[in-house]
Design a protein around this ligand. Sequence first.
Ligand code: ASP
Length: 347
Amino acid sequence: MNTQQDRGSILLIYTGGTIGMIENPETGVLESFNFQHLQDNMPELKRMGHTVSSIQFEPPVDSSEMGPESWAHLVQIIADNYDNYDGFVVLHGTDTMAFTASALSFMLENLAKPVIFTGSQLPIGMLRTDGKENLITAIEIAAAKENGIAVVPEVCIFFENYLMRGNRTTKINADHFNAFRSFNYPALAHAGIQIKYEYNLIYRPISRKPLKPHFLFDTNVVILKIFPGIPASVIEATLNIPGLKGVVLETFGSGNAPTYPWFLALLKDAVDKGVVIVNITQCTAGSVEMHRYDTGNKLLNCGVVSGYDSTTESAVAKLMFLFGHNFTAKEVKEYLDCSLIGEITNP
Ligand code: ASP
C-alpha cells in the first residue's frame, strides 16, 4: 500500500492482533485479514497526506505468539528500512505489546526516529472500533518533526489518547478502550483536539550515532511472584531450573518478602551460584526501596538487587537482553542499577 503526498513517510508494520482482524461470518471467531485490505477499511489514510507504506508479518500473529524471534524480525525490518522513512508505526496485539515495546527500546540503540506501537480492542472493520483513531494518531506522532528533527525519537505505545514510553507501559484492562497505563512515568503526549507533547519528558539521543540494531536474547529467565503461604518447594524448584540466569522477583509493596530462613537461604544460594535476582514490586505504581523495612533489607543482604520502579515487562526484557549479550552476572547487576533508555527512574 502506498498513499500520496509528502507530510513525512511512515512504514506501517502489521504484526497481528485484533486491530487487523475480521469476524469469520460462519464461526464468529476473529481471524487476521490481509493487511492490504486496510485501505478499504480506512480511506482516511489517503487523506492524511503522509506517504504510508506497509509490511506485514506472514502470517500475522496473535501477540501471545510474539517473543524474541519476532522481536528480532521486527528490529530487522526497522533496521533495513531505517533510512527510507521518517517514522515507524507497529500494529501489534495488545496482550504482549508492553513486552515487545520494552524489548525494542533496548534493541534499537541510538534510535533517532519514532517507533510507535498501537493496536486496538475492537477490529478496525467494526463500527465502534478504537483502531482507527489509534492508528491515525500514531501515524501523526510518528511523522511529527520540528526543525527537521523527530519530536518523539523513542519506542512508544500510543493508545486511547495517550502516548507512553514503551518500556514504562503495562496493559491494565482486557475490556476497556483505555487499556494501557504508564504508572511510574508521565505520558509523553496527550491527544485531544491537538496533540500536546511534553517535550521535557521525551528521551533524546545524546549523540548522533547511527542506529545500532541488536538481535540477541537469552530466555533463561523467570518471573517469580511471591504470595502469602508460598511453599518452599515452589521457590526451590524455580530457583533450581537448569540454566537459569535471571529472576524477576515480584514482591510486596516497596520490595518486601517473607523472612523465613529457608526462603532467604534459597535466594542466597541462587545468588551465590550466579543467578541475578531483581526485585520488582507487585504494586502497579511506586518503587522498590529495600532499605525501608527489615523484610526488604534481608533480601538485599542475600544479594537481591533492586529493580526500582521498573515494570515487570521491562525487567524481563532487560534481563533477556543483557544475558543475550553475554554479560556476566556482575555486569548485568551494574546495568540493572542504571537506566539504559529511560526504563527506570534513577534513585
Ligand atoms: N489477543 C490479541 C493479541 O494480543 C488481543 C489484541 O490484539 O488486543 O494479539
